[in-house]
Ligand binder design. Structure first.
Ligand SMILES: C[S@@+](CC[C@H](N)C(=O)[O-])C[C@H]1O[C@@H](n2cnc3c(N)ncnc32)[C@H](O)[C@@H]1O
Length: 253
């Protein structure tokens, strides 16, 4: 049975397998998670068969971290569960995590965004940034299946912004300070949460690890329920949540 081992105004952290919890009453806006990819010999790194059906029943949107190998192997499970593909992001790390010595040093991971229902009904906030160089921004009319119809428009961006954020996001990895072997930095999880949810919304992470999703969600004023099956990682997540202020940590590359 899973049990709550940490709770505050925003976060509930369960120690235990998420499949032992009653998820039927959860009214989540998005699942932001980083499942075991099933690529290493680590004891916990086993692909959790069936998790996509569970995820699909909890929230209309899902961001899942993963590798190209993982998505090639399991991609059909996403669509079989009822998800449609929305977009992908690249997390560029400052150092590599390649598993082979005779291939390019892998310094990136992928996050994929999935949804079910109508795209127009799926919460998302246009992700903008400013880069300092003025220019005229022109947008052509389009009738994309997923984007919906859009009329032609243009505007002068005098102060260098806003621009659409790039889909490659550079954030330092947690190498050397992580409490989990595959810990994601808050700086790569936060934009996904900001994009897909609003303040007060509920974010769920089925594979919580060291609690990164909860740290980011709380700092952004979102509620968060996370699960972690291993006691050592769950306790590390609880300690991290208890020790930290409600601010974002390590956002810069
Ligand atoms: C890739 S790691 C997540 C790391 C996390 N993103 C972080 O920043 O620390 C996946 C985690 O899922 C946990 N896990 C695997 N199967 C699970 C299940 N059925 N229920 C809950 N946790 C599970 C593993 O123990 C592992 O810690």
């Amino acid at each position: 049975m899973s049990e709550v081992i940490y709770a505050d105004e925003f976060v509930q952290l369960f120690l235990g397998d998420y499949r032992d919890a009653d998820l039927s009453q959860m009214d989540a806006t998005a699942i932001i998670t980083d499942p075991p990819y099933g690529e290493t010999s680590l004891e916990w790194d086993r692909w959790p068969t069936g998790w996509l059906d569970d995820a699909c029943s909890i929230a209309p949107a899902l961001w899942s971290f993963g590798s190209m190998r993982m998505f090639l192997e399991h991609g059909k499970e996403f669509t079989d569960a009822g998800y449609r593909f929305a977009q992908d992001l690249i997390w560029e790390k400052h150092n590599g995590s390649g598993l082979a010595a005779d291939r390019f040093r892998r310094v990136h991971e992928i996050a994929t965004h999935w949804y079910h229902g109508e795209w127009a009904d799926v919460k998302h906030t246009t992700p903008t940034t400013a880069d300092g160089s003025p220019r005229v921004v022109r947008r052509r009319e389009s009738k994309g299946e997923h984007q919906g119809s859009r009329g032609a428009s243009s505007y002068v961006s005098e102060d260098g912004g806003p621009r659409l954020m790039r889909s490659v996001i550079k954030v330092r990895s947690e190498h050397g300070r992580a409490v989990h072997p595959t810990q994601k930095p808050v700086g790569i999880v936060a934009p996904l949460i900001e994009y897909s949810t609003e303040r007060g919304d509920l974010v769920v992470d089925l594979f919580g690890g060291s609690g990164t999703t909860a740290v980011a969600a709380r700092a952004l004023g979102r509620r968060c329920v996370i699960f972690e099956a291993r006691e050592d990682y769950a306790l590390a997540a609880a300690k991290r949540l208890a020790q930290q202020t409600f601010d974002l940590e390590g956002l810069s590359a």
